[in-house]
Write a protein that binds this ligand. Structure first.
Ligand code: NDP
Length: 448
């Protein structure tokens, strides 16, 4: 076994030994390390500098109690976390997730992925992630506000414009960021706009941040299709989820001439052969905060299905935009059999390793999350720039910067895959390109 292979095996064995039961983090580490052999072989300095071992160990994991009082006066206690994974390229940056399944494993997997994704944007961003097992479903605005205030009462000690800059993720949108920003301002006595991104336009937010992950995903798909005979125009698209990423991916795909015929939430999925009515979908999910069945009740061309999988719908392009491991090997085979030609990940690690292998074997073009959904964090980076300069750019400027960054990420992943002898393999290309950027910065900064 070469030194490079031995180092990769040793790093993986360390991840398994140190993180018993943390299946998501182990899966994410495996997926990245598996693709690094060619680059580690060419660069023995990464092995000598123990870069692999250092990269799979977060710089810091903070865990804290979050007590809050519901509308009936009952006290609840949640767990809060911030995983500060790697700051070699800039302040820790990554979203906060509020979902009942959140635990340290989930946030370590997300923080690890974030390190490489942020490197690909070319902006000065380290990687981190945080959140809580708080479930916002069915909670009143006042309950959500009290929870956010309690969560920020502790988180405020660990974040800052030059330290760690959280944003949204599942269960955390503009409303939650607003409550958390207000509490941070109260605790610190400072209006530090660069401490959180995804803020409202009226108090330091950036135009196009809300749209950025979904729009960026579709710009990435456009680049994937550039040298093929296919295009978004006239294609059938299915998205999963019906949250922030899914809605704006569907909007941009429709603007570019696709028909988006399906989406989902955790209660089931909707098929709408006339193409989703995205104004109605936004109203149901973002304004009324109702289940997806309400969309089908209000639209005669739509059918709500509460069993099976959204991936049973025939499509040319599939955009998983809900959550991790939502598209497995069987779903991948169904998609390929139904003629799907492109899959790009809007969510983080939505496709299992088996699903990715099926796509690669069947010749389905595959865009991995680290590259394809980097538009959100890239635009957060642009929000930080605007905050630092006390400026607000207009929508068109931010959107065109986002487009440029996504085009560039695709080109980097594609050319890196080619350089390392794996043309077309955007998984390897994105992993290697992100890894090299972080590894070189870590080497330059010494053993810390
Ligand atoms: P939202 O909370 O806005 O939406 C999440 C959507 O996914 C909802 O429709 C939700 O349904 C569905 N969902 C969540 N968990 C499950 C589950 N276990 N099974 C089925 N459906 C589920 O989150 P976002 O759109 O912000 O995030 C979606 C994904 O995109 C996540 O993986 C996130 O990490 C990733 N991402 C987000 C970015 C952003 O800028 N927001 C940036 C980069 C990646 P329900 O309401 O029923 O729970």
């Amino acid at each position: 076994m070469s030194d490079a292979d031995a180092a990769l095996h040793a790093a993986l064995a360390t991840v398994e030994r140190r993180n018993p039961g943390q299946h998501l983090f182990r899966q994410a580490a495996h997926e990245v390390l598996e693709s690094l052999a060619p680059v580690v072989k060419q660069h023995p300095e990464y092995v000598e500098g123990a870069i692999l071992e250092r990269m799979v160990e977060p710089e810091r994991v903070i865990s804290f109690r979050v007590p809050w009082v519901d509308d009936s006066g009952k006290i609840h206690v949640q767990r809060g976390f911030r995983v500060q994974f790697n700051s070699a390229l800039g302040p820790y940056k990554g979203g906060l997730r509020f979902h009942k399944t959140v635990d340290e494993d989930t946030l370590k997997f997300l923080g690890f992925e974030q390190v490489f994704k942020n490197a690909l944007t070319g902006l000065e961003l380290g990687g981190g992630k945080g959140g809580s097992d708080f479930d916002p479903h069915g909670r009143s605005d006042n309950e959500v506000m009290r929870f956010c205030q309690s969560f920020m009462a502790e988180l405020a000690h660990h974040i800052g414009e030059y330290t760690d800059v959280p944003a949204g993720d599942i269960g955390v949108g503009g409303r939650e960021i607003g409550y958390m920003f207000g509490q941070y301002r109260k605790i610190t006595g400072r209006f530090e706009s660069g401490v959180l991104t995804g803020k409202g336009i009226g108090y330091g937010g950036s135009w196009a941040r809300t749209e950025a992950t979904g729009y960026g995903l579709v710009y990435f798909v456009r680049e994937m299709l550039r040298e093929t005979d296919y295009s978004l125009e006239g294609s059938r698209v299915v998205v999963s989820g019906s949250g922030n990423v899914a809605i704006y991916a569907a909007k941009k795909a429709s603007q570019l001439g696709a028909t988006v015929v399906g989406c989902s939430d955790s209660s089931g999925y909707v098929v709408d052969e006339e193409g989703l009515d995205l104004d109605l979908l936004c109203d149901v999910k973002e304004v009324r905060r109702e289940r997806l069945s309400a969309y089908a009740s209000d639209r005669s061309s739509a059918e709500f299905v509460d069993s099976g999988s959204v991936w049973d719908i025939d499509c040319d392009i599939a955009l998983p935009c809900a959550t991790q491991n939502e598209l497995d090997g069987d779903a991948a085979r169904t998609l390929a059999e139904n003629g799907c030609r492109v899959v790009a990940e809007g969510a983080n690690m939505p496709c299992t390793e088996e699903a990715v292998h099926v796509f690669q074997e069947q010749g389905v073009l595959f865009g991995p999350a680290k590259a394809a959904n980097a538009g959100g964090v890239a635009t957060s980076g642009l929000e930080m720039r605007q905050n630092a300069g006390r400026l607000q750019w207009d929508f068109e400027r931010v959107d065109s910067e986002l487009d440029r960054i996504m085009t560039n990420i695709h080109a980097t992943a594609a050319s890196t895959a080619e350089e390392y002898g794996m043309p077309g393999d955007l998984v390897a290309g994105a992993n290697i390109a992100g890894f090299r950027k972080v590894a070189d910065a870590m080497l330059a900064q010494g053993v810390i």
